[in-house]
Design a protein around this ligand. Sequence first.
Ligand code: WTA
Length: 649
Amino acid sequence: MAQTTLSNLLHETRRFDPPADLAAAANLKADAYAAADADRLGFWAKQAERITWETPFTDVLDWSNPPFAKWYVGGKLNAAYNCLDRHVEAGNGDRVAYYFEGEPGDTRTITYSQLKDEVCQAANALIELGVKTGDRIAIYLPMIPETVVAMLACARLGAPHTVVFGGFSASALRDRITDCQAEIVITADGGNRKGKPSALKPAVDEAVKECPDVRNVLVIKRTGQDVDWTDGRDLWWDDVVGKQSTEHTAEAFDAEHPLYVMYTSGTTGKPKGILHTTGGYLVGTSYTHWSVFDIKPETDVYWTAADIGWVTGHSYIVYGPLANGTTSIMYEGTPDTPHPGRWWEIVEKYKATILYCAPTAIRTFMKVGAEIPAKSDLTSLRLIGSVGEPINPEAYVWYRDTIGGGKTPVVDTWWQTETGMIMISPLPGVTSGKPGSAMNALPGVVADVVDDAGESVPDGSGGYLVLKEPWPAMLRTIWGDDERYVDTYWSRFKGVYFAGDGAKKDEDGDLWVLGRVDDVMNVSGHRLSTTEIESALVSHPKVAEAAVVGASDVTTGQAVVAFVILRTSADGGGGDVVDELRKHVSARIGAIARPRSILVVSELPKTRSGKIMRRLLRDVAEDREVGDVSTLADDSVMGAITEGMQPAR
Ligand code: WTA
């Protein structure tokens, strides 16, 4: 198998050292790697000290029945107490927990003691509605402070929440409610999106028609939209929560008590309910938030620009930042409402010091142009991060230069819904960053790249990304389906966790995550990464965005088919551009990677979380009827692609 074609990305020679002042004051220093290697469980015992335990744990890890882990055995704690009460008790109740910025421009500043009071009221309301420890509660809300209040009220009672992203349809919501047998749904009339109210309640009404276990729907008033009402079942949040006492004593639960279920898509149609538990998850998220973002709770203003409906929001808007007593920004709306500089205005307004977002957002900003962020003062930023997909070197360098003023470290963080916490990332005060590389497993995490037989590959080679030791925030199972948990993650390679991603170790042993293995192509027996070809295409000045798929081909097994969006400034997009781009890919990577076809399109099909749905592009590339488009953010995109494209062979 020729690996040489993968090596293009690895010819990246730019290096960005940590700024000296950040390095000198960094939370985690280089010696952490050796300390964790020497005594991994001792290291995790030490990290658990950032959490307040009502009953101390007796063992760090029970791995006697792999892959079913028990972390911090015997320990008891309350997650909401750790996120709120203890900060108030320590005298930090007046510290801001969230600067909330609504899309229409309304704002709220919420301190730790205010948040604690609201969470206690919500917990008392849920008790009044009959919620008991262990009951499941579904949350279907926009990005508003009450979403955090609802989650922490559940955590306070030991009632696992399942937050369903507000962009999901009624049927997706129904499936999730049914799968985890939730009895209460917390929703809102609607949220603000792209300059107008976007209703949520109708989807809940439709979903719960087929969910007989749901006895109450709590409705937060956000937009003031008209809502249909089912007496007896539906209750206004303000009516039920507002009257409650702000006193509630949190009960401590076992470290392995379920904290939440988050659904994510797998290779089959049925979403997987990823189960996270309390102690390990809180240790894992607070440790990584503290080390990867170098959090200084007294001075930082931290912003994860993601939706709470995804794991990134759970771990790095809610649990990690609050456990660390951080001040965060929460923004309700879309980046370009009412104008394309909205994010940068928010950074300037709150003097954000840390920004964490997805490469797809960065590439969209690149497309719009550097003159937009240039209008705002972004000098408060000292660290910027990326998550969710491989960041191509061009986007990395643009992000660092244009948003980070050429001075901030960029932390490219690899992790998954399943891992619960960041697993592979540079350490901002230690690592010399390479654009496009997530670099190294964090201290305490053991990652490797293995071949088909599960053998560790040498430096300079590619293979499958695996995690060789359990970690505190790992998923404990798939809700209600232990067998699928074992099959999906622990069966491909014996005794190790298979992440589903392809990766490469460069000559220095640093890790480059190449994307899902289902996105890795095999062309004439050569292994090619979609990411690498996309990266090559995006490095061409005329290309704004690119998506590449491997289409089946009778001669070569698979063939490279690229979909590109041209920059507005680029000329028409006819045959010449296509020829130019094919030559460009050849020149950057090698003739083997030259796309068989390049289709110029005006949009790419993306999920609501911004991931490109290559499956649909593969349908187009293979001239099939386009498959299920229900998870697309905009389901008209596929029509536009099939009608408007300009194929060229
Ligand atoms: C991909 C999001 C490359 C990867 C937190 C993983 C990444 C999947 C990176 C998980 C990164 C995430 N570089 N790829 N820094 N971060 N991925 O569950 O394919 O929504 O398996 O979790 O995103 O996506 P999920």
